[in-house]
Design a protein around this ligand. Sequence first.
Ligand SMILES: [Zn+2]
Ligand SMILES: [Zn+2]
Length: 315
Amino acid sequence: MQVVRPGKLEMTEKPLLPPPAGHVRIRVEACGVCHSDAATVEGMFPIQWPRVPGHEAVGRIDALGEGVEGWALGQRVGVGFLGGSCGHCIPCRSGDLVSCQNQAYVGVQHDGGYAEFMFAKATGLISVPDALSSADAAPLLCAGLTTFSALRNSPAKAGDLVAVLGIGGLGHLGIQYARHMGLEVAAIGRGADKAELAKKLGAHHYIDSATAEPANALQALGGAAVVFATASAGKAAADTVKGLRPRGVVIALGATPEPIEVPSLDLVLASRSVAGALTGNPATGDATLKFSVLTGIAAMIETMPSREPPKRTQR
Ligand SMILES: [Zn+2]
Ligand SMILES: [Zn+2]
């Protein structure tokens, strides 16, 4: 399924080619539909048309390109947003694979997983445990990896209060991971109707931003070590800064052009900071899937076939 021009997706048939050097060919079993796919479909990223979207793909390797080591035919693998690091730029040589300067975005600069087959650079592959179905693994490669990696690399330690701002695709996984990592979890949503879901996902506290000031509510709980801003709203993220304890940090995970405007006073007086985090490296991807199996964490998904008209199954 390829995008031929902004807003226009169409089915196409392409010849099955061998993978380029350093790449594998994957027979796709499932691919998540991510909010960022809209940026491909609508042409918000600079795109060379036509382009196949999809960066939450899971399938089995059915061909190995020249020079690929460590991966086997038939192995089930996943592909996330980052298409595989180069190994020779300075961030790569410093071990910061996420910041690789020569890394393509899957489904943006390369064709992605809205297809029966796709190519993927071996350095970007994530291994999928047998216990996880392909459909369940797919969204964990993007929303799962993003929240898991941010939590795991954050300064929050077991027992610390953290807040998850937004209870959507990222947030509903972030709450579960935070809970299972031994943190005290406050979920921040808009409206009373999200309270039940937040508690079901494992939040200890629910803060309704329609009726309470999130910063005050967090301070009443002792102040958050970290706020994970999963909602793509700059103002909502800015409103949580004063809810941080001294040396606390707001980590932005939802990408938006909307600025996060914070008085420097609120940063300086308690040594607080605002930061961002971009998804995670492939080894953290492996860990995300493994941790999800160990703890029973899953995304709430809806599956549908890519060929026939949608017949929905919900779980
Ligand atoms: Zn995504
Ligand atoms: Zn690199």
